[in-house]
Design a protein around this ligand. Structure first.
Ligand code: ADP
Ligand code: MG
Length: 268
């Protein structure tokens, strides 16, 4: 079983990329399960066609005995969709919520015969809770979504620091950077060099395309909404690159000063 986690700064395109990747992997004949680990609960929206109403944490809170069918939902092409959920906004620790939710999934043994497990995880690894998918061996192949914006690369670099730490005592590896375009100067070249400096590679560069927004407004992945589009093909290519990736590495994060200089060098 391929156990993937997608990390990256909030709003950078993790859930969009994850849902399209899941759809592409399913098209390729694989059984897929996507697990949203973000208190926003919107990771699987494009697969389900709506916001997931029953998250793991909600269910654990509301029901004495939780059944697998309470928390596993089926989306586009039968893809299994799970949302860890989170505390009510403003109360409780979201990271702690991820721990509880993933323990519940393991306990209920809801994930069995899948070929690919895909965790979509919020933001930086600043909170221990969000590091759980990599720390506890839930996921082994990590991909980081980033644009060419400094703060997105900064978050990516911090995530690489977390991966490096856990790689030293486990089998977690960085599979690559997934570029998600924001039309910054020389973006693809910058991302390629950034990846190289981190001892990894740019596994795909996804252009910014309005078809992504149109599909989102229709509550669909691009693969479903516009299967013949060039953008759909970009996600298919990403899925193949991930399936055949043999270049997983222990990353070498950069200093903030070096990162700033790198971005400045490309940024005009
Ligand atoms: P995250 O999960 O990292 O918080 P999302 O996947 O929710 O981010 O994406 C944030 C917004 O950016 C969404 O409205 C999404 O449609 C848009 N978006 C993501 N990738 C692209 C892209 N390649 N082209 C155009 N819009 C995109
Ligand atoms: Mg998201």
């Amino acid at each position: 079983m391929l156990k993937i986690a997608i990390y990256g700064k909030g709003g950078i395109g993790k859930s969009t990329t994850a849902a399209n990747l899941s759809a592409a992997l399913s098209e390729a004949g694989l059984k897929v399960c996507q697990i949203g680990c973000d208190p926003k609960n919107d990771s699987t929206r494009l697969l389900l066609g709506h916001i997931c109403k029953q998250t793991v944490l909600d269910t654990v809170r509301d029901k004495e005995e939780v059944l697998p069918e309470d928390i596993v939902h089926f989306g586009y092409r039968g893809i299994k969709c799970v949302e860890a959920g989170g505390p009510e906004p403003g109360v409780g620790c979201a990271g702690r919520g991820i721990i509880v939710a993933l323990e519940k999934l393991r306990e209920l043994d809801v994930i069995g015969e899948e070929d690919v497990l895909l965790y979509d995880v919020l933001g930086d690894v600043v909170c221990g809770g969000f590091a759980v998918p990599i720390r506890e061996g839930y996921a082994s192949d990590i991909y980081i979504v980033s644009s060419g914006e400094l703060m997105s690369l900064y978050a990516a670099n911090n995530i690489a620091k977390g991966i490096k730490r856990f790689a030293q005592r486990g089998n977690v590896r960085l599979g690559g950077i997934i570029g998600n375009g924001r039309n910054t100067p020389n973006e693809k070249q910058l991302l390629e060099e950034f990846a190289q400096r981190l001892h990894t590679r740019l596994i795909a560069f996804i252009p910014r395309d309005i078809v992504v927004n149109k599909a989102e407004n229709n509550r669909q992945t691009v693969l479903q909404y516009a299967p013949e589009s060039a953008q759909a093909q970009v996600y298919r290519d990403l899925s193949q690159a991930i399936l055949h990736n043999e270049e997983l590495s222990i990353p070498m994060p950069m200093s903030f000063e070096d990162l700033e200089k790198l971005v400045a060098d490309y940024g005009h």
